[in-house]
Ligand binder design. Structure first.
Ligand SMILES: NC(=O)c1ccc[n+]([C@@H]2O[C@H](COP(=O)([O-])OP(=O)(O)OC[C@H]3O[C@@H](n4cnc5c(N)ncnc54)[C@H](O)[C@@H]3O)[C@@H](O)[C@H]2O)c1
Ligand SMILES: [Fe+2]
Length: 386
């Protein structure tokens, strides 16, 4: 076995209704005045009260920044950090999906030190202390609660990553009940995002390791068996929601240590230019990227077949099992009724070369892909799903 490193969020708490414990957890971190980072959708869904009530009961002062938007731009991050500084917050709590949690992470770093945002981009560039940070995911998708990554939209359209172990929160509070009202389309797209995290971690070129493999397999098993139910009966099927919430976290732990690759690299330009939601943009390019990668990693995809289809009988042949794996994922995407073409997302055909050129900027991710992806390959993949 080769050497590897594994890092994750030091504190995890999973349980139905555990958001009610936020106050005692914050108190244990020494917090007296916290800043809640969230978005208008969370507030409109009536979820905020589940966090605010225990804080009020415990006498912990709090302010709310609820202006996070999907694919958060720098201006939103800076505004949230200003708000935290103005109120002298001594802890940050991110309450929402990946967009919210990513902003909360950077706010904790910005408000805890003098380092300017523009110096933080890239790998290992966050210096100085950060404020205590608790993340409470309300989607089962990004796994941001256990990743050292925050994605910020810079300029008009480019997504850039800040990667540093300092962005791992002190605690992730995983309460699957928060996802019961997540609309079917969001459940489907965020769930596929999480499954892609597991798949790309399992085939990651440089840092794949036995620990991340174990997490990826368990994540895929749980999410493959539960995504359809979470989408079609999500308000009642607690078990499916729990599988998705836990599975997405496991996939986050996997890809935090064995990073994602071409699916994400080709998905980001769709989010940047067309505001296609992160999970949906992953789902759109997933199938052609799997087919593109298959010649390089048929044996690994074959190993994942029992996770996505436990009833499948191995053909005893990697190429055939790999095909069966890809077919099973295609069926899942169909069953959860996600859009299948770029055209349906208002992408125009003449924009495809620009998207392919933009995808090449994501070298941070492309280096992890098991097969080299050039600009012409990226263009062919976009054309396949146009
Ligand atoms: N940090 C990481 O490791 C990482 C990994 C992948 C993606 N990302 C980033 O995360 C973002 C995507 O996050 P996301 O997919 O979780 O979506 P999101 O955070 O953008 O949320 C999507 C929508 O769902 C709504 N919503 C969230 N929870 C809800 C609930 N329980 N009930 C009802 N509505 C709810 C939100 O209000 C929002 O409108 C992108 O910016 C992406 O780049 C980060
Ligand atoms: Fe993702």
């Amino acid at each position: 076995m080769h050497a590897f490193t594994f890092q994750t969020t030091p504190g995890l708490r999973f349980g139905h209704g555990c958001v009610a414990e936020a106050a005692e957890q914050l108190r244990a971190l020494g917090a007296h005045s916290v800043m809640i980072v969230t978005d208008p959708g969370i507030a409109a869904a009536g979820l905020l009260e589940r966090l605010e009530a225990p804080l009020r009961d415990a006498g912990i002062a709090f302010g709310v920044f609820d202006e996070v938007v999907a694919d958060p731009p720098e201006a939103v991050v800076s505004a949230a950090a200003d708000r935290a500084r103005e109120r002298g917050a001594d802890a940050i709590i991110g309450f929402g999906g990946g967009s919210v949690m990513d902003v909360a992470k950077v706010v904790a770093a910005l408000a805890g030190s003098d380092q300017p945002l523009e110096d933080m981009y890239g790998i290992g560039n966050v210096r100085g202390p950060r404020l205590p940070l608790v993340l409470v995911p309300t989607t089962a998708g990004t796994g941001s609660e256990v990743t050292p990554i925050a994605i910020v939209t810079t300029g008009e359209t480019t997504k850039a990553g800040i990667v540093s172990p300092r962005l791992l929160p002190d605690l992730a509070l995983l309460d699957p009940e928060l996802t019961l009202g997540l609309p079917p389309a969001v459940t489907a797209s965020t769930g596929i995002d999480a499954m892609v995290h597991a798949i790309e971690a399992y085939t990651s070129r440089h840092r794949k390791n036995p620990y991340s493999d174990m997490l990826a397999r368990e994540a895929l098993t749980r999410m493959s068996r539960s995504l359809r139910r979470a989408v079609h009966d999500g308000t009642r099927d607690f078990d499916a929601r729990a599988d998705m919430h836990y599975g997405a976290m496991l996939a986050g732990q996997a890809f935090a240590n064995a990073p994602v690759a071409a699916v994400h690299a080709l998905a980001y330009p769709l989010g940047g230019h067309y505001h296609v939601p992160h999970g949906l943009s992953n789902a759109l390019v997933l199938m052609p990227v799997l087919r593109f990668n298959a010649p390089a990693v048929a044996a690994l995809y074959a190993e994942l077949l029992p996770c996505v289809d436990p009833a499948a009988h191995s053909a005893g042949d990697a190429a055939k099992d790999c095909d069966a794996f890809i077919t099973a994922l295609g069926r899942l995407i169909e069953d959860v009724a996600l859009p299948r073409t770029l055209r349906s997302q208002k992408v125009t055909e003449d924009a495809l070369p620009m998207l392919a050129a933009d995808a090449m900027l994501q070298q941070r991710l492309l280096v992890n892909n098991p097969r080299d992806v050039g600009e012409s390959d990226a263009l062919a993949i976009y054309r396949e799903v146009y």
